[in-house]
Write a protein that binds this ligand. Structure first.
Ligand code: ARG
Length: 232
């Protein structure tokens, strides 16, 4: 349909990197669900295709490699649109706004990176949170990388790091699962926006994706998805 050719006919093959709740996470039955999954399901529906999810390291997603090599048609990974990534990825129109935030153990208060002097700051590999930490040497902190959000969150909860940096909405979600154990001590207004990522030049898929996103925003389905995964 619409001149779109899919890497595996009849399927919209989606690369994501788990877990990144509330955008992508496995539910108790092992099914991948979340905000981004609801969005790509709308795209798949429009294409008359089934959604097929591939869980793969974020590095291959953000470098554009997974889409360039045909591992997947589209990346749905809470991925921030950046100028550098645009060189290798065709992004949809933005669908979500985010900033960076620091998660700290309950009772701690870190209002600026400088307060982490000589301490350990955890960050997720290949992400804009890691980029932000590395771009602020005034932190004077030791940056420790974790492959995924689960191991980063675990490191913070068990005291292996003094603070952890990642996107605000995932920390908000993590606090729901760990009440009273940690808090968000500050935010850095990075003005990030998430986009779905496609292979450079795949204009026919981007056209469908952008149309589906625009429609979802105007017909109320985006608001429903937002309410379900983020809240009011
Ligand atoms: N928004 C951040 C970025 O683009 C983090 C995304 C990480 N996503 C994931 N599914 N692990 O770098």
């Amino acid at each position: 349909a619409d001149g779109v050719s899919l890497v595996s006919p009849g399927k919209l093959t989606v690369c994501t990197h788990l877990p990144f709740a509330p955008f992508q996470v496995n539910d108790d039955s092992g099914k991948t669900v979340g905000f981004d999954i609801d969005l790509v399901n709308l795209v798949a529906k429009r294409l008359g295709a089934q959604t097929a999810i591939i869980d793969t390291p974020f590095e291959g997603i953000k470098s554009g490699e997974d889409m360039a090599t045909g591992k997947c048609d589209i990346a749905a990974a809470g991925m921030t649109i950046t100028d550098a990534r645009k060189e290798a990825i065709l992004f949809s129109e933005p669908y979500f706004d985010a900033t960076q935030a620091l998660l700290v153990p309950e009772g701690e208060d870190v209002e600026s990176l400088e307060e982490l002097e000589g301490k350990k700051l955890g960050a997720q590999s290949a992400t804009t949170g890691l980029d932000y930490a590395q771009a602020h040497p005034e932190c004077g902190c030791e940056i420790i990388e974790f492959q995924d959000l689960a191991s980063l969150t675990q490191a913070l909860m068990t005291g292996q790091v003094d603070a952890a940096i990642n996107d605000l909405p995932v920390w908000t979600e993590a606090l729901k699962a760990n009440p009273g154990k940690a808090s968000i001590s500050t935010q850095f207004d990075t003005g990030e926006q998430y986009g779905l990522g496609m292979k450079l030049g795949n204009k026919s898929l981007k056209k469908v994706v952008d149309e589906v996103l625009a429609e979802a925003k105007s017909d109320g389905s985006y608001d429903e998805i937002y309410k379900e995964w983020i809240g009011d």
